[in-house]
Write a protein that binds this ligand. Structure first.
Ligand code: GYE
Length: 319
């Protein structure tokens, strides 16, 4: 039996064995979910999707918000293990630091599903599957979009996401790889973390503008929309025109980014779909039936460009 099959079979045994008696809802599953926090519009939409879908399916969800602290996430996972939940799912803040707690879950025979972000562990049998976006590809798409919007020439300031997180590492990697391979006229001249937060994005961009290179910045690559939206405030406060003086691309595609595209301030937002709830609970149900699940499930996504955004597309946004 392959590793994936083995863990799926194991999961099935655990789920069947635990399927009656003390469950909070008759015959229902108990799932523990540890969320990173509420740092962005993306995260809020992701939380809503997971809670909403659990509710629709009658799954008992033990939801824990770590408020941006990895230690809180580890504590939440330990508590899910103690409570003998059927499945643990979580969105790991950073890639490193999960080995020990994932081994504890494995010893307790509780299957773990990674959602949204990857972990860095040598033993990949410590989780059943990882569902989420291809962040490297998102970085490449952002570079291509910036090249289109600037005619291939720009001095870029980069606002990175949370240090050590999969989306920050991979969005940087994909963007830089595309610059090196295809867009020699695009150069990164400043780069710092804004922690995926709007207020922090604003502060860091203010500092960029005040720096000796500030006057020569012609573009911004923000690893998420919220930081771009914070930077737009900083750019306007400095008397410059976002979208004209400084061309901006970011990632996520949240409602406020669509508004910024409609206003001509944001050139494009690379899609990163937060609505993972239905896929997550489909997977959990497949595990419950003892079916094998793929080790990696990549969310299908595209790019939203300013020219495509109308009042109708804005009004139709779900998040
Ligand atoms: O892009 C950002 C959020 O992990 C994909 O985290 C997620 C990222 C998302 O805070 O807005």
């Amino acid at each position: 039996m392959s590793r994936v099959h083995r863990s799926a079979a194991l999961a099935a045994i655990v789920l069947i064995a635990g399927g009656c008696g003390s469950r909070a809802r008759s015959g229902g599953l108990v799932v523990g979910f540890s969320q990173v926090g509420a740092e962005s519009g993306w995260r809020t939409a992701n939380t809503r999707s997971i809670k909403g879908e659990a509710d629709r399916r009658g799954v008992t969800l033990k939801f824990s918000d770590a408020q941006g602290d990895q230690e809180n996430q580890i504590r939440a996972i330990r508590s899910f293990i103690q409570q003998k939940v059927d499945v643990i799912a979580f969105s790991p803040k950073t890639e490193d630091g999960w080995q020990a707690v994932l081994e504890e879950a494995k010893q307790a025979h509780i299957p773990v599903i990674l959602t949204d972000r990857a972990v860095n562990v040598q033993d990949t049998s410590l989780y059943v599957t990882f569902i989420g976006s291809d962040f490297v590809e998102e970085g490449r798409r952002a570079a291509a979009c910036l090249a289109r919007a600037t005619g291939g020439k720009a001095r870029i300031a980069e606002l990175q996401g949370t240090p050590g997180s999969a989306p920050a590492l991979d969005r940087k990697k994909g963007f830089e790889a595309a610059l090196a391979a295809e867009f020699p006229g695009l150069t990164i001249i400043k780069s710092q973390s804004g922690n995926f937060e709007r207020a922090r994005g604003k502060e860091v961009f203010e500092a960029f503008l005040r720096s000796p290179e500030g006057a020569s910045i012609t573009a911004l690559y923000a690893h998420n929309d919220d930081m771009a939206l914070g930077a737009i405030q900083a750019i306007e406060a400095a008397g410059k025109k976002p979208g004209t003086d400084i061309v901006i691309v970011s990632v996520d595609g949240v409602h406020d980014a669509f508004q910024a595209m409609l206003d001509g301030k944001l050139a494009c937002s690379v899609e990163c779909n937060p609505l993972l709830g239905p896929q997550l609970f489909d997977l959990i149900e497949r595990l419950k039936r003892g079916e094998p699940v793929p080790k990696r499930i990549i969310t299908k996504e595209g790019v939203y460009e300013r020219s495509q955004v109308t009042r109708e597309t804005l009004a139709a946004r779900q998040y």
